[in-house]
Ligand binder design. Structure first.
Ligand code: 6PG
Length: 240
């Protein structure tokens, strides 16, 4: 487990530009190393301008595979869908192969079946039938309550250690989510966090005493490199 790299980057546009540069650097490095790049995306509102900026980049889209670290259990055309947001902001604007876009399935009547199917798909695409696969980049957000992906405080998904994908629950809303072991296997995990409402959770997550069950982003301690990219409004609580 590496010590996190924390960057406090002024306003949101500056945060987005830095995040773009880091992600492009990591995707290009992965392609140079093993011929392709795998990235899992977060949902929510913060990354939308980042996705719009990525869409303007001249990247080898045939070598980039896009996954989601979590998804609301709604149809792909639902306004709450992370896939829907990402398609509109980014994927519909670039010549990425449909076979390189790996949405979480949300049409099974039983979300646990959908989680199993996505796990099987991840293992097949990443050629990792038994071991926990290592994605190149996992982009994460963080909620005001310290959740990340769809790993919400004091929920069952936080405890899952023997699967890659679990069923999440946000106040009764069903989600699919990467589990802690899968996220922690990534080569680079990048948190993108903005806004003063995130300050309390950040101070808890960076404190030695807070329980990760209450602030799930604290469970994220990857094998690879952990980046916290923060705007001033969120990060000032950490500036000492
Ligand atoms: C989701 C996300 C979730 C998000 C945080 C932060 O599906 O909602 O994956 O984990 O990253 O809730 O959301 P904001 O960026 O909107 O603050």
């Amino acid at each position: 487990m590496s010590t996190p790299t924390v960057e406090i980057l002024g306003d949101v546009p500056t945060l987005i530009q830095r995040s773009l540069a880091l992600i492009v650097e990591k995707l290009q490095a992965a392609i140079a190393t093993h011929g392709k790049a795998t990235i899992a995306l977060s949902g929510g509102s913060t990354p939308k301008p980042l996705y719009e900026a990525i869409a303007q980049q001249n990247l080898p889209w045939d070598k980039i595979h896009v996954f989601w670290g979590d998804e609301r259990y709604v149809p792909a055309d639902h306004p709450d869908s992370n896939l829907n947001m990402t398609q509109k902001a980014w994927l519909s604007k670039v010549s990425i192969l449909a076979a390189n876009v790996h949405p979480m399935p949300t049409s099974e009547s039983d979300p646990a079946i959908a989680a199993q199917k996505y796990e099987q798909h991840l293992r097949q695409v990443l050629n990792s039938p038994n071991a926990v696969p290592a994605l190149d980049v996992i982009l994460l957000g963080m909620g005001d309550d310290g959740h990340t992906a769809s790993l919400f405080p004091r929920t069952e998904a936080l405890k899952v250690r023997d699967r890659l994908v679990a069923v999440g629950n946000k106040d009764g809303q069903v989600r699919l989510t990467f589990t802690v072991p899968l996220i922690n296997q990534a080569k680079d995990v990048i948190f993108l966090v903005a806004g003063s409402s995130k300050q309390n959770a950040l101070s808890q997550i960076f404190s030695p005493t807070a329980d990760p069950i209450d602030y799930p982003a604290k469970f994220i301690q990857p094998q690879g490199t952990l980046w916290w990219l923060l705007d001033e409004a969120a990060g000032e609580v950490l500036a000492c």
